[in-house]
Structure formats: structure tokens, C-alpha cells
Design a protein around this ligand. Sequence first.
Ligand code: ADP
Ligand code: MG
Length: 729
Amino acid sequence: MAGNLRLKVVDEAFKRQPVAVTVPKERPSEYFAKYVFNKQKMYKYLPADVYRKMCDVIDNGAPFDRAIADAVAQGIKQWAVENGVTHYTHWFQPLTEGTAEKHDGFVEHDRKGGMVEEFEGKLLVQQEPDASSFPSGGIRSTFEARGYTAWDPTSPVFIIGDTLMIPTIFISYTGEALDYKVPLKKALYAVDKAATAVCQLFNPEVKKVVCNLGWEQEYFLVDEALFAARPDLVMTGRTLMGHDSAKNQQMDDHYFGSIPGRVENFMRDIEIQALELGIPCKTRHNEVAPNQFELAPIFEETNLAVDHNMLMMSIMKRVARKHGFRCLLHEKPFKGINGSGKHNNWSLSTDTGILLHAPGKTPLDNLRFVTFAVETLKGVLDHNGLLKASIMSATNAHRLGANEAPPAIISSFLGKTLTDLLEHVEKADEDALSVASKTAFRLDIPAIPELLIDNTDRNRTSPFAFTGNRFEFRAVGSEANCASAMLTLNTAVAEALTSFRERVDALIAKGEAKETAILKLVREDIKYIKPIIFNGNGYGEEWKREAARRGLDCETSAPLIFDRYLDEASIRMFESQNVMTRLELKARNEIKWETYTKKIQIESRIFGDLCLNHIIPVVTKYQSMLIDNVHKVMEIFPQEKAQKISKENLYLIEKISDHESFIIENVEKMIEARKAANHIDSEREKAIAYHDTVAPLLEEIRYHVDKLETIVDDEAWPLPKYRELLFIR
Ligand code: ADP
Ligand code: MG
């Protein structure tokens, strides 16, 4: 019987032992970045002048001089070959959420009949992968399938196994971005420029502002034997059916609990590999749900942090298999159990320190702090719908608004200290603004308590929370490329800061003193940003009504949320900051809708198969057994007595029939809904049809499957149950 497979894999999972980890003899600080061609290696392997030029590229954003490409490639090759490397690949981030690579060997003919290890500058700098199999949203016509990958020298090359990995950007033949990295880099440039201009109001010495990202990656581990026995997990990354386990997370006993042995070895293993690749892993712990965990490195410059997150996700998946696990990065693998997110801790800093760090040493420093906090919030308010679109996906949609993660409305939690401070600045006496004389300028900004950074009045329900020296964008999905959220946030903030500087300059031109102008505008903006500030419970029904009253975007349908990318205000923002063009935005949306449709389509197909080929046959067999039993009872007992004895079984037989017919009828209906949707030409309309007609049926049918799980003989049930998937480790 099919059920035997489940029991067999459960047994296998229970018996699995921890896999030993080889711990390096050196200390972490010694093997950190061992496989990264960082500045240290550059210093060793590159000629002095080339090394200096590379530093200028990395530190100051100087353009990469093609003339040094051969020398750089030479140095990299030498280092790589010394480390046993035989192949290289351009590593890029197409719009599929994952990463892509195409490996080539170093070997070339030496023209003497032998082979030689070759790696020229031009191979490092640029390649032309046949990109027709990556999504382009119609930018590339089929006759011009070429795309270019070009080295991003600000993200160092690294080694995995026998392969040299070269982080690259990916653009079309006609120059449009086909990846996340190009617009991210442009957004980081935009925010640097805009923030530097505002910093210079306070300190003319500031030359550069860097954006930092510290991500916290949540994930689930499931034993690989159990995983393999769940076609839905294998094909879609989430369970499409499964009744609640009697125990799940209600005891709150998993969060920060002790880490089980097999998992601990897995964590140790990924940390070692991550450290060797220069990813500064620091924190690991259990999460709220059973078998859910989190990993967080120390924050880094955003472009690098994004690459490191992409790399980390692939390390996690690979190493999990070595330990007999599968790593689930899906935002919502289990219904009724907390999903996984990826908090994006975001801040801006100059070489003098973090801009969102309070308190400053002088009132002017504090005014700068308030300016940056307020203008960030202005960007978030002006584009709250767009920011939601930047984190939305078919998979993340299950998590948002499910009373466990931020609601599907973007708002910001500031905590008491910052709220009070803004209120004070807003309401301060007009006198405070007076410029008595140039030297005796009074800035009535109160001292900000030292404790701000450690303040613990955290609000887990807020999608965009201030946490002392940074904002945490918490709505980002666990599976997502952080770049999508980061490029949108940074462009929005860049727009707010650009306009702030222009407004200050306009007031100064009218004869206003600089500080007075700044303070005046900050006070104006504090009033303006009020709708985005919400310190209450984001899960409450009341908040939904209140948010709508405030004019915040409350849309919950993913395909409609994507529309925000094409709002005129969004296009203006991206174009004015030179991040993306209208054409690029349109193309990206086509991909978003298409991806959404495909995900629901695949889920619906697998689900239909599971229902008809796995569940119904087992259920029918069980029902036949019950019918058989009733017949036999009828044979040996007088009618009245037999009726009484068989009462429960007759009830179950009927119940099973009801569930079965609902499932069969509606699977049919779901197939029809898919067919109808597939006939629609427009990607947007098709995605909407999938959202409105196909997705709801998945949920409705599931209810009946889950009910059957509680009725049918446990020995016969074919798919590993929640209690097995979630508690074996
Ligand atoms: P939490 O309490 O939110 O779980 P953690 O300490 O686990 O916080 O991680 C928070 C993340 O935020 C880490 O990656 C940390 O390096 C990062 N972080 C701390 N300060 C900043 C900052 N100023 N800017 C960006 N990221 C930061
Ligand atoms: Mg956090």
C-alpha cells in the first residue's frame, strides 16, 4: 500500500544521525575570506599600480580601466590555479530570483599541440551568454537573443570548488537591464549622490554616503526522505495539503530553544563555508515555528550584501543535502505555521559614521539625524504602494497579512523615543527657529538618550521599523533577492533627499539662513509624513480601516499590487534618479505577472494530481474497507443490531463520499479555470485570472483533503504529515 512509503521514510528520518563537520584548524578570523580575491589578495597578486587602481574602483567608484583588465585577470588566474581552480564562470542574477552561471575551462591550445591555462582580461570583463532562456519581458526580440554579462569589480571574485565565480551584471544587447544588479547599483549611486548633497549642508567635508544592508535569513529544514515523499514540496517548495499537527508552535518552545544536533552541525557547516567566502556570519538561532531557523551576518555595503545573500542561499541548499536535510526558503511552506521572511536592516553611513545613529555630539548632528529619518519616511510614504510591490510575489503573498508577518500595508514604527523627538521638533516654539545672530544660533533639539539604540519597545508587526540606528524593512520574503526591495527603497529615499536639498537651496536663495531653512522644511515634512507612522498593532482589523482612511495602499491582490510599478509617480521617480526607464519597468512587470501565473499554474497542476492520484485512491480504498465491514456486520447480526453497530462507519462512509465528491468536482472546476485563464493574452489579465479564479480553489479543495487526513487510517495516508515534517530533526 502507498502508505507504507510514508511510514518507511518516517522511520528512515527518525534514524538519521548527525553528519560530522570538518572544522578548520585555523581560527575563523584566519580562514575568513580564504576563497575571495579581496584587497589582501590583490595586494599580493597584482602589480602595485594595478592594485592602486583597483582600490580606487572599489573604494571611490572610479570607472574600471580596461587597460588593466589583462593584469587583473593574470593575478586572479594565478591565485585561482594555486587553489586548484580549473574553470570560471560569470555569475549573475537574472530576473528569475536565483543566480545563473555558465562554466568554461581555463584551458586553451598552446599551439604546440598541448594545452595551457589561459584567462585573458576580456574573459574576465565581458561575456555574451545566449540569454534567450532568461526572462526579458519582451525587451529582447527572439532574433536578437544576445545579452551581455560584465564584471562588477565592486563585488570580489571568489572560488567555489574548482570554479572561479565572477559576479557580473546582465544587460541586453540594447543596454537594458536584465537583472537585479544593474538597477540596484544605479539606485545606490543615486542615494549616494542625494544623501551626500544633504550631508554637505551639515558638513561640507562629506564626499560619499554608503548604503548598508544587514539581512536576516529565515528558513526551514525538513528531512530529505520526508521531503522526497512530498511531490508538492519537491515541485513548489510548499505543502499544498496537510492538516495541522496537534502540537505546532502554540507552546512557543522553539524560539531560542536549544538547537538540535543534526541542525547544529548543518549550521556549523554553512557558517564555515560562508566565512571562507567572506560572508561575515554572526547570529544563528531557532525561530518561532518548529524546524524553523535564522541566520544573520554582520551588515555590509548593500551591493556586496545582496551578492552574499544570494550566495548564502545557494550554500544553504547545497549543504543541507549533505546533512540529510532539504532547506526550504519558501515564504510559507506550512499552512497555519509562521512563514519565513528576510528582514532587511537598512542604513546610510558616511566615513564619519552611521547617519541614522542617534544621538549626535551637537544639536546640528541631531538635526542631521532627524532630517535623514524624516526624509526616509517621506520616501516611504510617497511610494508605500510601490515598496509593497517590491516585496510582493506569489509566494510572499501567503505570508503577508497572515497575522505573523507584517500586514500587506506599508507603515513605519518609530518607537516612543523617536516619536517624541519628532513631536518636539514639530511643536517647538517658533523662537527656537530664530537666528539671533550667526554665532549664537539656537537649535532647540533635545538631547537624544543614549539608550535609543538598545531600546526594546520593538514592534514585530511593523513592516518598516526604526530600530535605533537603522530601519528594518521586514516585509521582504525569505526567498527573494533583497535587491528588489533595496533598489526601490534607495531610489525613493534618493528622490526625497534630492527634493529636500533643492527646497533648502531655494529658501537659502531667498535669504533664509541655512539652519533655519533646514529646520523649517523638516518641521513641514514631519507634519507631512504622519500617515506613514503607526506605532500600534499592525495585525488588528482596526488598522486596515485606519490605513485606508490615511490613504495608504491597502491592495492585497499580488497582480494588482504590481501595477504600482507603472504608476506615473513611480516611473518619474525611477527615471529622474536614473535607475530604470519606462521600458525597463514595463518589461519587468510582464515578467512579474508571468512568474506569478506560472507559480500558481504549477501549484494547481501538482495539487490536482495529488488529489486525484494520491489522495482519492487511498481514501476510496479505506472507504471500501468500511463498506466491507458494514456488509459483514449485516451478515452476522440481525438487521436492527447491525444498523446500530455500523452507525459510525455509515456516517464515515457518507462523510468520505461528501469530501471526495467535492474534491473531484472542484479539481475539474480548477482545470477549467486554468484553461480559461490560459486563453488570455495579456500577462496582467492572465495573472489576475489565476489570482481570482484558480488560487481560491486550491484553498477550498485543500480544506476537504485536510479533513480526510483526519478520517483515513494513519497507516494508509500516503504523504508525510505535518507532525512528521515539522518535528523530526
Ligand atoms: P534582530 O534583533 O533584529 O534579530 P540581529 O542582531 O539578529 O537583530 O540582526 C540585525 C542585523 O542588522 C544584523 O545583520 C546587523 O549586522 C544589522 N545591523 C545592525 N546595525 C545596522 C545598521 N546600522 N545598518 C544596517 N544593518 C545593521
Ligand atoms: Mg530584525
